[in-house]
Write a protein that binds this ligand. Structure first.
Ligand SMILES: Nc1ncnc2c1ncn2[C@@H]1O[C@H](COP(=O)(O)OP(=O)(O)OP(=O)(O)O)[C@@H](O)[C@H]1O
Length: 514
C-alpha cells in the first residue's frame, strides 16, 4: 500500500479542515482567556484569609482536576435532560464543550497562577499598602502583572494542552479537526494520509500560538527593554515645576502629628513591643536606635499598619488611626489616613515591572491626584530633587542600590505625606552608596519633613535628629535630644553607645543639635 501524497496535499485545501481549524482556535483561545480570568480569581481566592472561601476553591480545584475531561463534556452536554431550562445554552455542542473545557482548565490554570502569585515578593504588597493602594488595586497593578510574567511559560504550555484537548469535543459531535479526519478515512480508508493532515493542522495552530506567546513573554521581560533617555523637555519640566518641600518646621511646643499610646505587639507568645508611648511632633526628626532585636523595625512597621498592633492605639492629629481589631486587619480610618504616611523600606521594594517614573507616578495616579501630565511633571520634579532625572525611563534593575533607594524616597514623597518613616534605609547598601541616600534624607530633614528613622548609622542619627529614641527589649529606655542623650548616665545606653564609639567619635560637637 502506497502513501498517496497527492491526496495528502489536497487535504490542505479541504474547506472542512479549515472550518474545523477555526473552531479549534476559537475553542482554545476562549478557553485560555476565560480559564486565565477565572484561574486568577480562583488563585487569589485560594490564598484568601476567609477560610470558607479558600476551602470552597480548594474543593473546586481538587474536583475538576480529578474529573476526566471527556466525562465532564458528556455530563454538561446532557445536563438539559435533568435541567430542561439549561437546554437553551447547553444543547449547542460548542457551548457545552467550551464550558467543560473552561471549568476543567480554570482548575489547572489556577494552580499555575498560585505559583506565580506566591513567587512575588511580600515586600511588593507592603509597598503598595504603604502607598494607600487597596487590596484589589495592589493585585491588579502590582502583583498580577508580575505573577503573570512568571506564570507565562507554564500558561503557554497549558495552551498547547488545550489545543490538543479540543479533540475530545468530537465526542459530542462537534466537528473539530480530528473528527473531520476520522470522517474522511472511514469513507476512503486513507488513514495515514488523513491523520498526517490532522497532525499538520494541529502543529500549525500550536506553532503560531507558540510564537505569539513567545512574543508576549518578550514584551513582559523588562530585562530586554532598551533604555530610553530622559528627553530635554522632561528635564526642563522637572526644573520648572516647583520643587516639593515639606512645610512644617519643628518647634518643641508643636502638636503631635502622630501619637502612639501604650502600643503592644507580640509574635506568638513573644512580646516584642511592651507598651510604647511616643509623640511625634510636626517637623520633628526622630531616630530610633538600639541593639539588634530590640523591636525598632517592628515599632516603625506598626506605626503604618505593616504589622497590626495587639494593644494600644495610634492616633494621627487627633484621629484614631489604628487600634486592634478582631480580624487582625486595619479598620476604615486606616485607609482614610494611610496616604499621609510615606514609608521607605530597607529592601527598597520598587516595582520591578515599572520604570522609575512609573514607580513614582503609580500612587498619585491610583489616587487620582491630578491628570496624568500634572502627575508626570510632579514625578519628574521629585526625580530631579533626588538627583535621578536622567534615569526616569530606566527599570529598577538598571540602577544601583543607592539609586533605587532614592527612587523609593521619591515614590513615597509623591503622595505628599505628612510624615516619612525610614526602616533602616541604608542597611542593604554597599558602604560607598550609603552617603548618597543619607544626603537625600538629610535634605528632607532640613526642609522640615517630619521623619522617624530606624538606623544603625549613629553619626547620621545624632546629626540630623531632633530627638533620639533608645530602644531595648521592646521598650523605650531613653528619649532625648541628641546632645543630652550622649551625656546620659543610663548604664545600658552608655554601654550601647560605647560599643558604637567608632561612629560616635566621628560626630563633631557642632553637628549635634543641642
Ligand atoms: N514576623 C516575625 N515573626 C516572628 N518574630 C518576629 C517577626 N519580626 C520580628 N520578630 C522578632 O521580634 C524581635 C524584634 O525584631 P525587630 O526586627 O523589630 O528588631 P530590630 O531592633 O529592628 O532588629 P535589627 O536591628 O536587627 O533589625 C526579634 O526578636 C525578632 O526575632
Amino acid at each position: 500500500m502506497q502513501f498517496d501524497w497527492t491526496y495528502f496535499f489536497s487535504l490542505f485545501t479541504y474547506i472542512d479542515f479549515w472550518e474545523a481549524s477555526l473552531l479549534v482556535v476559537q475553542l482554545s483561545v476562549l478557553t485560555w482567556i476565560f480559564g486565565n480570568v477565572i484561574g486568577i480569581i480562583l488563585a487569589l481566592a485560594k490564598q484568601s484569609h476567609f477560610k470558607t472561601l479558600s476551602l470552597i476553591v480548594s474543593t473546586y480545584i481538587w474536583l475538576f482536576r480529578s474529573l476526566p475531561l471527556i466525562v465532564l463534556i458528556i455530563f454538561i452536554y446532557n445536563m438539559p435532560l435533568f435541567i430542561p431550562s439549561s437546554a437553551e445554552w447547553l444543547s449547542s455542542p460548542f457551548t457545552s464543550g467550551l464550558i467543560a473545557l473552561i471549568a476543567s482548565e480554570a482548575a489547572y490554570i489556577a494552580e499555575i497562577h498560585r505559583g506565580g502569585l506566591s513567587s512575588v515578593n511580600k515586600g511588593q504588597t507592603e509597598a503598595g499598602k504603604a502607598l494607600g493602594i487597596s487590596f484589589a488595586g495592589i493585585q491588579r497593578i502590582i502583583i498580577i502583572p508580575q505573577a503573570f510574567k512568571t506564570a507565562l511559560p507554564s500558561l503557554s504550555n497549558e495552551f498547547v494542552t488545550i489545543v490538543k484537548l479540543t479533540s475530545l469535543v468530537s465526542v459530542i459531535s462537534l466537528s473539530e479537526i480530528l473528527m473531520v479526519g476520522q470522517r474522511l478515512y472511514t469513507q476512503n480508508f486513507k488513514v495515514m494520509e488523513s491523520l498526517l493532515a490532522v497532525a499538520c493542522y494541529y502543529v500549525a495552530i500550536v506553532s503560531i500560538f507558540d510564537w505569539m506567546i513567545h512574543y508576549i513573554e518578550k514584551w513582559f521581560d523588562v530585562s530586554n527593554k532598551k533604555t530610553v533617555s530622559t528627553s530635554d523637555a522632561e528635564i526642563e519640566s522637572s526644573k520648572i515645576q516647583q520643587t516639593y518641600k515639606a512645610t512644617p518646621t519643628y518647634s518643641t511646643g508643636a502638636t503631635p502629628i502622630v501619637m502612639l499610646a501604650s502600643v503592644k505587639k507580640s509574635y506568638g507568645s513573644k512580646e516584642v513591643l511592651k507598651g510604647i508611648d511616643l509623640k511625634i511632633k510636626k517637623g520633628e526628626v526622630i531616630s530610633i536606635i538600639g541593639p539588634s532585636g530590640s523591636g525598632k523595625t517592628t515599632l516603625i512597621r506598626t506605626i503604618n499598619g505593616m504589622e497590626m498592633l495587639n494593644d494600644g492605639e495610634i492616633i494621627i492629629e487627633g484621629n484614631s488611626f489604628l487600634t486592634p481589631t478582631p480580624t487582625g486587619r486595619p479598620g476604615k480610618s486606616y485607609y482614610e489616613h494611610i496616604h499621609r504616611i510615606g514609608m521607605v523600606f530597607q529592601g527598597f521594594n520598587l516595582f520591578p515591572h515599572k520604570t522609575v517614573l512609573a514607580n513614582i507616578m503609580i500612587a498619585p495616579m491610583y489616587h487620582k491626584h491630578g491628570n496624568e501630565q500634572e502627575i508626570k511633571n510632579f514625578a519628574l520634579s521629585l526625580l530631579h530633587k533626588v538627583g535621578l532625572i536622567e534615569h526616569a525611563h530606566k527599570y529598577p534593575h538598571q540602577l544601583s542600590g543607592g539609586q533605587q533607594q532614592r527612587v523609593a524616597i521619591a515614590r513615597a514623597l509623591a503622595m505628599k505625606p505628612d510624615i516619612m518613616l525610614f526602616d533602616e534605609p541604608t542597611s542593604a547598601l554597599d558602604p560607598e552608596l550609603v552617603g548618597e541616600v543619607l544626603k537625600v534624607i538629610e535634605q528632607l530633614a532640613l526642609e522640615g519633613m517630619t521623619m522617624v528613622i530606624v538606623t544603625h548609622e549613629m553619626q547620621f542619627a545624632f546629626k540630623v535628629s531632633n530627638r533620639v529614641v533608645f530602644m531595648e527589649e521592646g521598650e523605650i529606655k531613653a528619649i532625648d535630644k541628641p546632645s543630652l542623650l550622649l551625656k546620659s548616665r543610663d548604664p545600658r545606653l552608655t554601654q550601647f553607645l560605647s560599643n558604637q564609639q567608632h561612629a560616635l567619635s566621628q560626630i563633631e560637637d557642632n553637628n549635634v543639635p543641642s
